[in-house]
Design a protein around this ligand. Structure first.
Ligand code: SF4
Ligand code: SF4
Length: 433
């Protein structure tokens, strides 16, 4: 592999050597819990990464498969007493896998080129695909094909994927959110709203709810058109260079000095958006601006807790709600109490703690597509815990979790709604009016 970039060898060695092999992260790692194999544990994976960084091991196909068997859930970071930055190691390890092409094959390369390399680099094409999907779903064609059993002719993995296809929203964010939404009452803050990529297609309603909630809390909200993906998909899948391109575009589109905060409502995006300075380290033009950017990016729950939530006055009906934590919100950003406080602030809501609330639901980006077996195990475990809470609503703050948990509940025939906490708050404000 002479001549190719080595992301692990080039990584700051203080990050590579942090692990002291204590094993305290092992009980919290979902893949280790499932297999009890050291190689499927954080400690085992870090040992492999370090061996490559030390030049004792070459990146191989087995190494690549191991890095993609890891969920990237970052539960190991929460439990690690030594403060190992597994997020950074994991991103560099996957970048190493891609740089050394140890998993490359024509089908995989084709899919990656057209999705990560094209659709998610220029969101007008993603919206174009979303528009056709919406037509397919709303014209009745999808229902017809399912009813006549045509889907049964598909290979098992495609059939399962088709069954999980999310419903595309009737309108995308730009059609339901103004470029500038004034604050309700006195304006105290000026914020920008990130609408996301898949989030814009599948949960534009959650984006609208977020803007409404921000406006209710004295924020003037700017939602620029033609936004870019945050790049987490790229960074988590080893495409470091593409993630850097997207970070630069976002900083240009949302100059940090123009806003009090740059708001995201997706746990998975927020975990990545707050680390542009690391991504753009050494970039003479962008590094300083990336530091300013990182300081301004706020998860919506975090921001509302910072400025103080306006408590809705409405008397909603009594609702039993439980809360599933997005991995990158709790383990990646350390945001755990703010979403719970927001839910408790809604009149009528009783919050019941979910056992293993911070255990991954198996969504993990595209993990439920690439590793359906492990993802399915995790989802079944999650749904069993949800049942014990006897909740009518599961609140969760990441598009992947919203889809995954709703799919799991629907498959079991449970009459449970899965909703973003901010949606529940927006509904409470609307009831006031
Ligand atoms: S990120 Fe999650 S799956 Fe991967 S090693 Fe850490 S705890 Fe295990
Ligand atoms: S990652 Fe942290 S908790 Fe896990 S073995 Fe290393 S030092 Fe211990």
């Amino acid at each position: 592999m002479a001549g190719t970039v080595s992301h692990l060898k080039d990584l700051d060695y203080s990050v590579v050597q942090q692990c002291m092999h204590c094993g305290m992260c092992l009980p919290d790692c979902p893949t280790y819990d499932a297999t009890k194999l050291e190689r499927n544990s954080p400690r085992g994976r870090i040992a492999l990464m370090r061996a490559i960084a030390d030049g004792e091991l070459e990146a191989t196909r087995t190494f690549g498969e191991e890095m993609y068997f890891c969920l990237g859930c970052l539960a190991c970071m929460t439990s690690c007493p030594a403060g190992v930055n597994y997020a950074e190691l994991f991103e560099h390890a996957r970048a190493e896998v891609e740089a050394q092409k140890v998993l490359a094959n024509p089908k995989r390369s084709f899919i990656r080129r057209w999705t990560i390399g094209w659709l998610f680099m220029d969101l007008k094409w993603l919206r174009f695909v979303g528009w056709w999907m919406r037509l397919y779903q709303r014209s009745g064609l999808q229902r017809l094909l399912r009813a006549v059993g045509l889907m049964r002719l598909l290979p098992k993995n495609l059939r399962e994927m088709e069954a999980m296809t999310p419903t595309v929203q009737p309108k995308f964010s730009a059609a339901i959110i103004d470029e500038t939404t004034p604050a309700v009452g006195e304006k105290k803050h000026r914020v920008a709203m990130l609408v996301g990529c898949a989030q814009d297609l599948i949960f534009s309603d959650v984006n609208r709810d977020t803007v409404e909630v921000l406006a209710e809390n004295s924020c003037e909200v700017h939602t620029p058109r033609n936004q870019n993906c945050c790049g987490s998909l790229h960074a988590h899948n080893g495409e470091w260079g593409l993630a850097q391109q997207l970070a630069r575009r976002n900083i240009d589109q949302f100059p940090p000095d123009d806003y009090d905060a740059i708001i995201t409502n997706a746990g998975g995006c927020g975990g990545h958006l707050k680390h542009y300075a690391k991504l753009l380290a050494g970039d003479a033009k962008y590094e300083a601006r990336a530091h300013a950017w990182d300081a301004k990016v706020k998860d919506v729950h975090e921001w509302l807790a910072d400025i103080g939530i306006k408590i809705p006055k409405s008397n909603g009906s009594e609702t039993n709600v439980t809360y599933h934590e997005s991995c990158h919100l709790c383990h990646g950003q350390g945001i755990t109490k703010q979403p719970r406080e927001l839910l408790r602030a809604i009149p009528g809501v009783t919050l019941t703690e979910l056992p293993e609330a911070n255990w991954c639901c198996g969504s993990a980006g595209v993990y439920n597509i690439t590793q359906p077996e492990m993802a399915g195990q995790l989802l079944r475990r999650k749904v069993e815990h949800i049942k014990t809470t006897k909740s009518e609503v599961v609140a969760t703050a990441n598009p992947g979790c919203l889809l995954q948990v709703q799919n799991g509940c629907d498959r079991e025939g449970l009459n449970i709604r899965v909703a973003h906490p901010v949606t529940l708050l927006a509904e409470a404000y609307r009831r006031e009016k």
